[in-house]
Design a protein around this ligand. Structure first.
Ligand code: ADP
Ligand code: MG
Length: 254
């Protein structure tokens, strides 16, 4: 059974894209066929996996708006078991163009349904908003993975995200679950990081993944080489942390 996971948090800069790329790479490394769907017009998940955006004739925009077959835009990466459904700046127009559609929240789900069985895991890197693209991701997903940055305001916006998940459950996707919360950019030398992790654990004891992703300069560098951390710095602490997260995700997934 394929598991579709939306990596979502309407806050920007919390580690959605880094987590999407790294987790996808770790799942692929563990021989799980993995597709990363880039739903952010920034296209950072696309370029982060070494795909040259300027070489692409089509992207997720064409799938969602022009009914281009998803299968036809999926790009293989340089690594085994890892594919990307790319995004380019064109995707920025999708928010407006989706509104014209008959069933604007369902476009991604419809297309994923046709390719789903080719993969063990499908991760969706969401944009930093609760707009139509994120609604599409939550409608298509089995579970949501929420990255939270280890900072004082980590939980800000969480209520709104949970509220949106509830609304999606009531309207189109009753089985949508919150798979878990992963704390990112933790600095174990500071009290703040530890305090924030404890605060999140108090609020969401059942949702917090045991794995905490450390702050790592290498994680910030890897995208400029178009490599996931498992390739750029395979034995570093960040790669090891994301491997541990992948094991947790596989254990929880059904
Ligand atoms: N664990 C980490 N350690 C250091 N830098 C990180 C880490 N996770 C993310 N970053 C950096 O923080 C910035 C925001 O991360 P990103 O994954 O793009 O967030 P989002 O997709 O939520 O906007 C990027 O520059 C990224 O390289
Ligand atoms: Mg991002």
């Amino acid at each position: 059974m394929t598991r579709v996971i939306a990596v979502a948090n309407q806050k920007g800069g919390v580690g959605k894209t880094t987590t999407s790329i790294s987790l996808a790479a770790c799942l692929a490394e563990s021989r799980k066929k993995t597709l990363l769907v880039d739903l952010d017009a920034q296209g950072n998940a696309t370029s982060g996996l070494g795909i040259d955006k300027s070489s692409l004739a089509c992207c997720m925009y064409d799938v969602l708006i022009n009914n281009t077959e998803l299968d036809s835009i999926i790009q293989p990466t340089a690594w085994k078991n890892l594919w990307v459904a790319p995004a380019t700046m064109n995707l920025a127009g999708a928010e407006i163009d989706l509104i014209e559609k008959k069933n604007p929240a369902n476009a991604l789900k419809k297309h994923l349904g046709k390719v789903k069985e080719n993969y063990d895991y499908i991760l969706i890197d969401c944009p930093p908003s609760l707009s139509f693209l994120t609604i599409n991701a939550l409608t298509a997903a089995d579970g949501v993975l929420v990255p939270l940055q280890c900072e004082f305001y980590a939980l800000e916006g969480m209520a709104q995200l949970l509220n949106t998940v509830d609304r999606i459950r009531q309207s189109s996707n009753p089985d949508l679950t919150i798979d878990g919360i992963v704390m990112t950019m933790a600095d174990s030398r500071t009290h703040l990081s530890n305090d924030v992790v404890e605060q999140v654990r108090t609020h969401f004891p059942d949702l917090l993944y045991k794995t905490v992703i450390p702050r790592s300069v290498r994680l910030g560098e890897a995208p400029s080489y178009g490599q996931p951390i498992t390739v750029y710095d395979p034995h570093g602490k960040a790669a090891e942390a994301y491997r541990a997260l992948a094991r947790e995700v596989k254990r929880r997934g059904r």
